[in-house]
Design a protein around this ligand. Structure first.
Ligand code: G6P
Length: 633
């Protein structure tokens, strides 16, 4: 996660760019840079390794005078935090700042090098610069050059472009990572968030996913992903709102749901060497996975469900048995623990009383204690032997969303690392599974596109008294989480079940008033190689070796349909084609490797809960009787 800013000003802007970057430093601070148009149009950069003060020093020694510029504070994903890798990246024609991941940079880079481009950095960003330059050299206008370039990029990202000789032009683009436009008097701004822009203006609009914008000093032209001109509402922000800003969402929960492609990408980048496509844990572990006999996993609420998905992954990838329990049981169950094994605790706040007590129990029984936490200064983090942070940023909505998917991201990386260490995954398996993770933020962005359909559906769901959620395999914990989300914020009674358990009780509840949400990614054989994506799906299936349960879930769905139940099927195009006949509504997710479906399928179940609650008018961000952090038993 990096911070980006752009200013179309009337006076020298380097100082303002640095001020804005200071407000974005929470997003990353391993190197920074600015570029301005000097002497009427020459792109000139100043970059520095380390914190912003290093860049400030550089600018004092070698000031910039341009009144149009872009800036960046970096949190390294591709390439070390050196000056060469710092943004802006530039040719003599265009400079770019970038936040997020360009997934297909390797292919693009090879193609550009074959055509004679010389690269000065190890970053994924630099391909964007060369692609735009290539279009400009072919005689395209800057706007057309950016349009052509965006069409070639895959991934979740935000970009800002500055062009040599164009002192009244800046272009921004958003796909998966946030970007805001600030409106000044004869001045225009771009920033990763409104906080960065707060000193300059309180009039802000947020780009929707897929939007891109062409700015001049006096005009704003936004286009959507299809190139259609669109308007995005300008809202007045409270400059003092600091980090707690809802953007253009009605609730923090909605904002946090939408942040997921970005924060999951950010979290993954912390644990993955993107260039090598391998797991690269930030710290050496004080134990060897090879010597472990068992992992004990414990957590509460949503974090517990993340752990439950983790159990499937650890057992599948690393053939390592995982015992999992809610922390309030674990702590009192007098669990026998063989010394020297691993105990994992998952917690957003890092302060949950039962989770902390379980951690202390594990420590007393000589377990290696590893925690996955979102608040790195929390008690659980402090008392752990190893801390694996989720980089979700502050989560304000009481019902956890982005922390959950970031917990999944960390657990997936850890399980793959365990599989490698124990020799149950080959290097090739690792590469395939990691590649699938790298592409997940993009699939999450695509999954968000079903929101209008869910908004419609919410009007039906809001009239229900009960709902059931069904899933098998890693979709089972997602069913549990879906039911929990709906209960928490809409107060509709909901239960999540392993689909196979339906006939052992809950089927008695089914009638035409009970909606049944079925989470069932397609997992049968895939025909060979129609596209890269299908290759990827098939390869990852071989690395992951999941049991095929789709058809079994569909049979359970038919049992529901036969009793008049209202089915909401969440699947991918193949699953929808095969299983949709009986359903009331189908929510189609993109096709993706099965190993990552929990991260992506979390999005529709969050949206279902959110929009149902929004229709009902409940207090979505602070639902009755709940607390964000439960520090009592
Ligand atoms: C509370 C919150 C849940 C959360 C659970 C565990 O119940 O409302 O959203 O999942 O606590 O919290 P933790 O901070 O340990 O993840």
């Amino acid at each position: 996660m990096c911070g980006i800013v752009g200013i179309l000003g009337r006076e020298p802007v380097a100082g303002q760019l640095v001020d804005a970057l200071k407000r974005l430093e929470y997003r990353g601070y391993d190197s920074a840079g600015v570029a301005t148009l000097e002497n009427g149009g020459t792109l000139t950069r100043r970059r520095a390794e380390g914190k912003l003060s290093a860049l400030e020093g550089r600018l004092e020694r070698e000031p910039l005078q341009g009144s149009v510029g872009i800036g960046h504070t970096r949190w390294a994903t591709h390439g070390k935090p050196t000056e060469n890798n710092a943004h802006p990246h530039a040719t003599d024609k265009v400079a770019v700042v970038h936040n997020g991941i360009i997934e297909n940079f390797r292919e693009l880079r090879e193609e550009l090098i074959r055509e004679g481009a010389t690269f000065g950095s190890e970053t994924d960003t630099e391909v964007v610069v060369h692609l735009v330059s290539r279009e400009l050299k072919r005689g395209q206008s800057p706007v057309d050059a950016v349009a052509a370039t965006l069409g070639q990029l895959r991934g979740a990202f935000a970009l800002a472009f500055l062009f040599a000789g164009e002192t009244d032009l800046m272009i921004g683009a958003r796909r998966g990572s946030p970007l805001a436009i600030g409106y000044g008097e004869g001045r225009m701004y771009l920033g990763s968030d409104a906080i960065a822009l707060a000193p300059f203006t309180d009039r802000v609009s947020y780009l929707d996913d897929g939007d891109w914008v062409v700015l001049t000093h006096d005009s704003v032209a936004v286009r959507d992903a299809d190139g259609k001109a669109v308007e995005r509402p300008v809202i007045k922000t409270a400059a003092s709102a600091a980090l707690i800003d809802k953007g253009n969402h009605k609730h923090f929960m909605a904002k946090e749901i939408h942040e997921q492609p970005e924060v999951v990408g950010h979290t993954l980048a912390h644990y993955i060497d993107m260039a090598e496509e391998k797991i690269d844990l930030p710290h050496a572990l004080p134990f060897d996975f090879k010597n472990l006999k068992r992992v004990s996993l414990s957590a509460c609420g949503t974090a517990y469900y993340a752990g439950l998905v983790g159990k499937y992954w650890f057992e599948r990838f690393a053939r390592l048995p995982v015992e999992i329990d809610v922390a309030s049981e674990f702590r009192y169950r007098d669990v026998p623990l063989d010394p020297g094994n691993l105990a994992v605790f998952v917690s957003q706040s890092g302060e949950t009383a039962d989770t902390l007590a379980s951690l202390r129990y594990a420590k007393e029984h000589q377990q290696h204690v590893l925690s996955v936490v979102n608040v790195p200064t929390s008690t659980i983090a402090r008392e752990s032997d190893v801390v694996m942070p989720t980089l979700a940023g502050p989560e304000i909505g009481v019902a956890s969303t982005k922390a959950f998917t970031c917990q999944l991201a960390v657990l997936a990386c850890l399980a793959i690392a365990a599989g490698r260490a124990r020799g149950t995954l080959s290097r090739e398996d690792e590469r395939i599974l990691v590649r699938a993770l790298i592409e997940t933020p993009r699939h999450m962005s695509e999954a968000l596109a079903i929101e209008p359909q869910v908004e419609q559906l919410a009007h039906t769901l809001a009239k229900c008294k009960d709902a059931l959620y069904l899933g098998r395999g890693t979709s089972f914990p997602i069913a549990l989480e879906g039911a929990l989300k709906l209960k928490e914020i809409s107060y509709i009674h909901a239960e999540g079940y392993a689909a196979g358990e339906l006939k052992h009780g809950p089927i008695a509840l089914i009638d035409e008033t009970v909606p049944v949400v079925v989470i069932a990614p397609y997992d049968q054989g895939f025909e060979k190689t129609k596209s890269n994506l299908q290759d990827m799906v098939e390869l990852s299936r071989r690395a992951y070796r999941p049991a095929a349960v789709f058809e079994k879930t569909v049979s359970n769905m038919q049992e529901v349909a036969a009793r008049g139940g209202q089915i909401i099927l969440i699947s991918d195009p193949k699953g929808v084609a095969e299983g949709a006949t009986e359903s009331l509504v189908t929510l189609t997710m993109p096709e993706m490797p099965l190993s990552v479906t929990p991260l992506v399928y979390a999005i529709p179940i969050q949206l279902i809960a959110y929009h149902t609650a929004a229709v009902m008018g409940t207090d979505v961000d602070q639902p009755r009787n709940l607390a964000k952090s439960v520090t009592v038993e």
